[in-house]
Write a protein that binds this ligand. Structure first.
Ligand code: HEM
Length: 341
């Protein structure tokens, strides 16, 4: 839990902790993806994937996400039964459509293949962007674009549905953006909605879709605080959920306070105490894409519908999953809304 040691593991002593710590079978072709790769192969694939998520690329692919969100609204309006029942499942269908189109469409995978052989000048390692290698990356992107992204949208809706005063602020901001921009959203408009950003970050703090980070030590080393010896082969877990709920880092950690992330306050949050997308060299590659997709879904949803949270008897809790943290015992009631023009 010590922040200096955590920083050491995730960033400063990356050479000792660059391994994800998950063993995969060599025959499992789809497991040969960037999340589970290690060593020079990981470095090479990461180097080649990172440029696919720059703001220029996201700006260019925004129309795909936007179209998926508009289609999603049509779907909800034509099938009102989707507004009741398993809302998480309904949100997942938007996420599948958006990530599917973005990953398998004109950009990401095709671009990678067009660029030809991946070469690491330092180590001399060369990788052929075969269909199998690309399928493995696309497979993981698809998983990441659906489950954790739908979890993030769900958590934001749950918190807004329990806090009507914040819901109204977000909806006002969205309405204003639609009015000002002739109902045409863009990467920049979505990114500049500050109240939405605050609410989204606060929901990710309280309910981070991934509960902990994993690393494996690849050479004997020592953690600076407490002089803790770590042997090669040791797996280390960073409990990010606990960080997000620690009173040392957040006053009233169980209270939803989007103001923590306001432009005037967010500098007070220590870098290491907010890590829904991880930290350091193996931080989530899709962080900005996922945020864009989740916010776009929220914008269209909250423009056309309103939400009310129903906590079932026994109170809100988390479903038991290996890595994911998903809210449970709670429903969201979605009802049509007449937006300000
Ligand atoms: C809200 C949605 C998402 C959340 C909360 C999330 C969170 C995370 C976390 C916690 C990690 C581990 C980081 C670490 O160990 O330091 C991670 C890794 C990763 N994520 Fe995401 N992620 C999300 C969506 C996405 C999407 C949509 C993509 C791709 C389009 C993506 C691609 C990746 C990749 C490739 C890695 C592995 C990075 C590496 O090992 O180098 N993620 N994500």
């Amino acid at each position: 839990m010590d922040p200096t040691n955590v920083q050491h593991i995730l960033a400063s002593d990356f050479h000792s902790f660059n391994h994800r710590g998950i063993t995969i079978s060599k025959d499992d072709l789809l497991a040969d993806n960037i999340l589970l790769m290690n060593g020079n192969r990981w470095k090479l694939v990461r180097q080649n994937l990172t440029p696919l998520f720059t703001s220029t690329k996201l700006r260019a692919m925004y129309y795909i996400i936007d179209k998926s969100a508009i289609d999603f609204m049509e779907l909800l309006k034509s099938k009102p039964e989707l507004l009741k029942g398993d809302v998480f499942d309904t949100l997942s269908s938007f996420c599948s459509a958006a990530i599917g189109a973005a990953v398998f469409g004109v950009d990401i995978c095709v671009t990678l293949q067009k660029n030809g052989k991946l070469i690491d000048k330092e180590s001399g390692l060369e990788l052929e962007p075969t269909d199998e290698l690309l399928a493995a990356q696309a497979f993981f992107f698809f998983i990441a674009g659906v489950e954790p992204t739908a979890t993030a949208i769900f958590a934001t809706l749950v918190e807004l549905g329990r806090h009507p005063e914040y819901l109204e602020k977000v909806q006002n901001e969205i309405d204003e953006a639609f009015i000002k921009n002739d109902s045409k959203m863009s990467y920049d408009i979505v990114s500049n909605m500050s109240f939405l950003d605050m609410a989204f970050n606060e929901a990710m703090r309280m309910h981070p879709p991934i509960g902990f980070l994993t690393r494996e030590c690849v050479r004997d080393t020592v953690l600076p605080v407490g002089n803790i010896k770590v042997d090669k082969g040791t797996r280390v877990f960073t409990p990010l959920f606990e960080y997000h709920h620690n009173e040392k880092h957040y006053e009233d950690p169980e209270v939803f306070k989007p103001e923590r992330f306001s432009p005037e306050n967010k500098h007070k949050i220590a870098d290491i105490s907010f890590m829904p997308f991880g930290k350091g060299n193996r931080v989530c590659v899709g962080m900005r894409y996922a945020t864009l997709q989740a916010k776009t879904g929220l914008i269209y949803l909250l423009r056309n519908f309103t939400v009310n949270t129903i906590i079932k008897p026994g109170g809100m809790r988390y479903s038991k999953q290996q890595v994911q943290v998903r809210l449970d015992n709670v429903d969201i009631e979605i009802s049509p809304r007449t937006p300000r023009c």
